[in-house]
Ligand binder design. Structure first.
Ligand code: NAP
Length: 486
């Protein structure tokens, strides 16, 4: 095993305790955080149990009324100061993200900018809550419609964007006037802990945000949702865990926001600019080593352009430099763990057994760390696992179609509905086709849909609710209407 002192150094100043009521509190035990590129331990953090989870809940419940009544300008200024602080520490955050998650530094820097933007966006939205004054149609009364914070929230995030998934939730919750507990993924808790340190430093009151790190996520969240004081949960992660949490919300009718899995089609029509489509494919597939819920999962390519698209994509994928995220030349880091890497090999084996061909890559890379070769597979049959499941890794599978109706049918034939991509030479036809795609987000001749100003989210089994945009804050606000006899 190669020890990377720079990875350990990136994690050096991170608090190892739980943030409860403004204090970094120790737990009886800790768990290790690993550098996935070497398998070495870079930090140990507190392993909270139900008792600490409930202490965090006591704290956010106590803090909730005062935070809800804090002037929105004040809440906004705290978020704005946090934005400034994160941006001024861009390099430290980026190194931390690469150390705990493995992505290349250039992508970690982009995540810091994207993640910080939610703090700025919500600092701007905090002071613009929507309200309305209406007259009753019968003329007998006035209707005042206002929004108020839903109350204490539970926020649960995944490992793939350790900073941005946290800011997207924390920014919206705090802007709306809600207090919250955040539980980051056990594999990547450090960026969230550092973010909480920043929020404390810029003046967030005690108890407005608590951080719980744990290896028993299910046990802790079950206890929190059974308690009755949590009024909203916002979860980003797999559809399977999302389903469990939605059912647990039933006990106390808790409002769920769910950002779940995807199986994004990437359609390249006959008249598309193939070179532009390949540039887009590299981004939509390889950002985050393919470990993104919005990652292109099924390349559906018109037969007339499939040979050139496949060969250009294979060339570009084969040329990528795989390595440690902290090495400046690295373009592709490791996948998150051995289980993920084994799963990728199995997907390839399944597709090949059904007639698919590997044109580049296809194997795990020997040595320390969980690296996998950037891979292109052509002739992927529609009954293969790779076509039906979320790949979540650096594998591009290509399936050929003959007419656009067939491509739209194949694209929609999934339980997921998060993101879709369409490359077309005709914007009018492209727009009409985009409207037929059953997905919450569509990239038309564009490979990145994430934007703090846009309503991010899916339909079908990809989720409930939206994050970002004007819509994002509303997930944390209840409507109240006051009838006035006037
Ligand atoms: P995951 O296994 O569902 O875990 C996500 C989070 O939930 C982690 O913090 C995890 O904690 C926690 N968790 C696990 N089991 C739980 C339970 N029973 N109750 C409460 N919390 C529980 O997902 P993942 O593997 O980390 O992330 C990959 C998935 O996230 C993919 O499906 C991807 O598409 C999806 N994702 C969606 C979006 C979106 O915006 N739609 C964005 C990013 C990722 P531990 O770490 O301790 O297990």
């Amino acid at each position: 095993m190669t020890i990377r002192p720079d990875a350990a150094a990136a994690a050096a100043d991170i608090a190892s305790g739980l943030l409860i009521d403004g204090e970094w509190t120790r737990a009886e035990s800790t768990f290790d955080v690993l550098d996935p590129a070497t398998g070495t331990v870079i930090a140990a953090v507190a392993d909270a149990g139900v008792e600490q989870g409930l202490a965090a809940l006591d704290s956010i419940s106590r803090a909730a009324p005062a935070w809800a009544h804090t002037a929105s300008r004040e809440r906004a200024e705290i978020l704005r100061r946090a934005f400034d602080a994160v941006i001024s520490q861009r390099e430290d955050f980026a190194r931390l993200i690469s150390a705990e998650m493995g992505k290349p530094l250039s992508e970690s820097r982009a995540e810091v900018d994207y993640g910080a933007e939610f703090l700025r966006w919500y600092s701007e939205e905090a002071v613009r809550p929507e309200g309305e004054y209406r007259r009753s149609p019968d003329g007998g009364s006035r209707l005042l419609v206002a929004r108020r914070p839903v109350g204490p929230c539970l926020l649960i995030t995944p490992w793939n964007f350790p900073l941005a998934m946290a800011t997207r939730k924390i920014g919206a919750a705090l802007a709306a006037g809600c207090t919250a507990i955040i539980k980051p993924a056990a594999q990547t808790p450090l960026s969230t802990i550092r973010l909480a340190q920043v929020l404390v430093e810029v003046g967030l009151p005690d108890g407005a945000l608590n951080v719980i790190t744990t290896t028993t996520a299910g046990k802790v969240s079950t206890a929190l949702l059974a308690d009755g004081r949590i009024r909203k949960i916002s979860f980003t992660g797999s559809t399977g865990v999302g389903r469990v949490l939605i059912s647990q919300c039933g006990q106390h009718v808790v409002r769920p926001s769910m950002e779940l899995g995807g199986n994004a089609p990437f359609i390249v029509d006959a008249d598309a600019d193939v070179w532009r489509a390949v540039d887009g494919a590299m981004l939509a597939k390889m950002r985050n080593m393919g470990e993104a819920c919005t990652a292109a999962n099924r390349f559906l390519v018109h037969r007339s352009v499939a040979p050139v698209f496949s060969s250009l994509l294979s060339e570009r994928m084969a040329a990528l430099k795989v390595g440690h995220g902290l090495d400046p030349e690295t373009q592709v880091g490791p996948v998150i763990d051995e289980a993920a890497r084994t799963g990728l090999a199995e997907l390839i084996e399944d597709a090949v057994s059904r007639g698919a061909k590997v044109t580049t890559g296809g194997r795990a890379i020997d040595g320390p760390g969980t690296f996998f070769e950037p891979t292109v597979v052509t002739d992927v049959p529609t009954d293969s696992r790779m076509f039906g499941e979320e790949i979540f890794g650096p594998i591009a599978g290509i399936t050929v179609f003959d007419d656009l109706d067939e491509a739209v049918h194949l694209a929609n034939d999934t339980e997921y509905g998060l993101a879709a991509y369409l490359y077309s030479g005709n914007v009018e036809r492209g727009l009409r086709t985009a409207e037929r795609l059953d997905f919450g987000m569509v990239g038309l001749n564009r490979a990145i849909v994430s934007n703090a100003a846009a309503p991010f989210g899916g339909i079908k089994q990809s989720g409930l609710g939206r994050e970002g945009g004007r819509e994002g804050i509303n997930d944390y606000l209840d409507l109240q209407y006051v009838a006035i006899d006037a």
